[in-house]
Design a protein around this ligand. Structure first.
Ligand SMILES: Cc1cc2nc3c(=O)[nH]c(=O)nc-3n(C[C@H](O)[C@H](O)[C@H](O)COP(=O)(O)OP(=O)(O)OC[C@H]3O[C@@H](n4cnc5c(N)ncnc54)[C@H](O)[C@@H]3O)c2cc1C
Length: 441
């Protein structure tokens, strides 16, 4: 089994060699820091709106090195944040507009992929959420009975389910490399192998020169804490995934899953999975939630116990796969704001902007963020700029060691709540409610 190597997705398509490194100081119209999907979609839509703009993207490694090339491939319609937080600032109408915008973004990504010839194993197969205890069923409030769940996927112990058709399965590395190709094809320069060390109004200072631009956009998500002055902004939350070897036809017959739905459960320490286009199961979950001092992994390598824990979750969902070969394991970081709600912002007086903090629901939200940043930078008032996450202000995380102790305690509480619910508690455990309050969710 391979552990790390950025991700299984990248190993499948081949790891890129960083290209077009910055070579000294340059001046341009828009400087974007980070070539994940936030930065790339922003570049894509800005250039589409005004092809005369000189846009440069600065990327420490290669386009898609971060979460955008490592995720679970859920192009989902989940809100990138807490519904309550968005309703607080924009009311129920604002929240509804946000939900519609995210749903629309799933189709926007599929349409652009089509237009740009991006082959990313995309299938609008929907997502199936499965409840495996009475408490999970209570939270889920799903419309599917145990038998109806089993008609789609035979998950052991499923008591209820909910199916949302508006979500798609994607191959993350194929998607992000395709968007990067489309952006480059339009003439945007992506300076890979070029690390930003500081951002200030009018400039991005990198290890290979300074990019001067009146507009500077920070698109670093889980890596934001690595930038001077941003350590306590978004917590780099860790998530890990395992990919099995391709299953045999008999193994697929045993579990069903012919519709290739995305699959998730309702545990507090939840798991998420997809049936890959080449017949594997890629399944992710939390593992070690956070590294002291907001550190990030090296090259996507995850801890052995995380792999074992994911392997045992897989076997618990599908007992017939208990001995299945795991081909690859990896991890990555996503950005978590203190109120667990994403934001997009641009200050025209300084020319500084940012987007991120999607808390694990960024694959679709990055596209919405890119179009919103486009409108903000171009000074357009639009339906997008009116969404409740625009200019959403969040307080910073606590300093260490409080941050580390808090997050680890939180996940201990969530695991304890899951154990109580698995043991037969009929409603959401009070321990989880307390954890949610402590977390500020
Ligand atoms: C394991 C995992 C599974 C996930 N699964 C899902 C899922 O199924 N569905 C979903 O919706 N979301 C999922 N997410 C979240 C989603 O992938 C992210 O929210 C999204 O990809 C964020 O995109 P981004 O461009 O903002 O950040 P990233 O993709 O992380 O991009 C940031 C980029 O900045 C670069 N960088 C870092 N530091 C610097 C620097 N100093 N200078 C220059 N460049 C720098 C990095 O190399 C990276 O390329 C998952 C995340 C992880 C980690």
């Amino acid at each position: 089994m391979r552990n790390g190597g950025v991700s299984f997705w990248w190993q499948q398509v081949g790891l890129p060699v960083p290209a077009d490194r910055l070579d000294g100081d340059v001046t341009c119209d828009v400087a974007i820091v980070g070539a994940g999907l936030t930065g790339l979609w922003t570049a894509y839509y800005l250039h589409e709106a005004d092809p005369s703009l000189d846009i440069r993207v600065v990327e420490a490694e290669f386009a898609g090195f971060g979460a955008s090339g490592r995720n679970g491939g859920w192009l989902s319609s989940e809100l990138p944040g807490s519904a309550r937080a968005y309703a607080d600032v924009a009311g129920e109408a604002g929240l509804a507009a946000m939900r519609d915008a995210v749903r629309g973004s799933v189709h926007e990504v599929i349409d652009v992929a089509d237009r740009e010839g991006i082959e990313a194993d995309i299938r609008l197969s929907g997502v199936l959420y499965v409840a495996r205890s009475q408490a999970q069923a209570d939270r889920l409030g799903g419309e599917l009975s145990a038998a109806q769940v089993a008609e789609r996927v035979r998950v052991a112990g499923a008591v209820a389910g909910h199916y949302d058709p508006g979500c798609a399965r994607v191959h993350p590395a194929k998607l992000v490399s395709g968007v990067a190709r489309a952006v480059r094809g339009r003439g945007v320069r992506i300076h890979e192998g070029t690390r930003a060390v500081r951002i200030e109004p009018g400039a991005v200072v990198t290890d290979r020169g300074t990019v001067r631009a009146p507009t500077v956009l920070r698109c670093l998500e889980g890596f934001t804490a690595g930038l001077a002055g941003h350590r306590r902004e978004w917590l780099p939350m860790n998530s890990a995934i395992i990919a099995t070897a391709p299953l045999t036809a008999a193994q697929w017959d045993e579990i069903g899953w012919a519709g290739e739905e995305l699959l998730g459960d309702e545990a507090h320490a939840y798991c998420y999975a997809q049936r890959t286009a080449d017949g594997r199961i890629a399944m992710g979950g939390r593992g070690v939630p956070y590294r002291f001092g907001s550190r990030t992994d090296v090259d996507g390598r995850t801890q052995d116990w995380t792999i074992e824990s994911l392997r045992s979750t897989l076997a618990s969902l599908f007992p017939s796969l208990a001995g299945v070969t795991i081909d690859h394991a990896w991890c990555g970081v996503l950005g978590v704001p203190r109120d667990w709600s994403a934001s997009v912002a641009y200050d025209s007086s300084t020319g500084l902007g940012h987007a991120g903090g999607y808390v694990g629901s960024g694959l679709t939200a990055t596209n919405l963020a890119g179009r919103t940043l486009r409108d903000l930078v171009l000074g357009r008032d639009s339906d997008l700029t009116a969404l409740p996450w625009t200019g959403h202000v969040v307080r910073r995380w606590e300093p260490e060691p409080l941050r580390w102790a808090g997050v680890h305690t939180l996940y201990r509480l969530y695991r304890a709540a899951d154990r109580r619910e698995d043991a037969g508690l009929a409603r959401t455990s009070r321990v989880a409610r307390i954890a949610n309050r402590v977390a500020g969710r």
